[in-house]
Design a protein around this ligand. Structure first.
Ligand code: FES
Ligand code: FES
Length: 183
């Protein structure tokens, strides 16, 4: 059999990306990450490990954070997707988490940053971040090779304060666990 005859035909799906309906034809094995980057040129979402280990590819699907490298685009037909490109307001004002990252210098190379920010927004939607330990646990899927964790924590605390949620105490903050820096 000729190789091309065994290929499944592309499927037409519609994703609402950052408030805009986008229709595309994708092969059934294309990940959401590749659909965003390769089909829609939304390269703000980063590919790190491509197998669920680093969090660089985190986006929001119907308000929940997911690793876009671990889901197929066809499985998300009809979903609302928010990427880092869609977090700022219509007037261009940065999302509060983005503004806090700038204020606290919470990135170095910036490669992990879109995933970190989308994950923080998703974490806040979940509403379980009450202490530094909670935050570390809930953000443990997002790695930063540059070790910007202390500044990322500061940015998260500030955003929680601005939302009127009980912030984790900076004074009582415990050091970032070494395993975060080693991975
Ligand atoms: Fe998806 Fe690393 S690229 S978790
Ligand atoms: Fe470089 Fe996080 S800022 S990997």
């Amino acid at each position: 059999m000729h190789a091309s005859s065994s290929l499944a035909p592309p499927e037409t799906i519609t994703l609402t990306i950052n408030g805009q309906a986008r229709q595309m034809a994708v092969q059934p094995w294309v990940t959401l990450l590749d659909a965003l980057r390769e089909h829609l040129d939304l390269t703000g979402t980063k590919k790190g490990c491509d197998h669920g280990q680093c969090g660089a590819c985190t986006v929001l699907v119907d308000g929940k954070r997911i690793n876009s490298c671990l889901t197929l685009a066809v499985m998300r037909d009809g979903a609302e997707i928010t990427t880092i490109e869609g977090l700022a307001g219509e007037d261009g004002a940065l999302h509060p988490v983005q503004a806090a990252f700038v204020e606290h210098d919470a990135f170095q190379c910036g490669y992990c940053t879109p995933g970190q920010i989308c994950s923080i927004v998703g974490m806040m939607n979940e509403g379980h971040a009450r202490t530094d330990e909670d935050i570390r646990e809930l953000m443990s899927g997002n790695l930063c090779r540059c070790g910007a964790y202390p500044n990322i924590m500061d940015a998260i605390r500030q955003t929680l304060r601005e939302r009127g949620e009980k912030p984790a105490s900076e004074k009582n903050a415990t050091p970032i666990p070494a395993y975060h820096l080693a991975e």
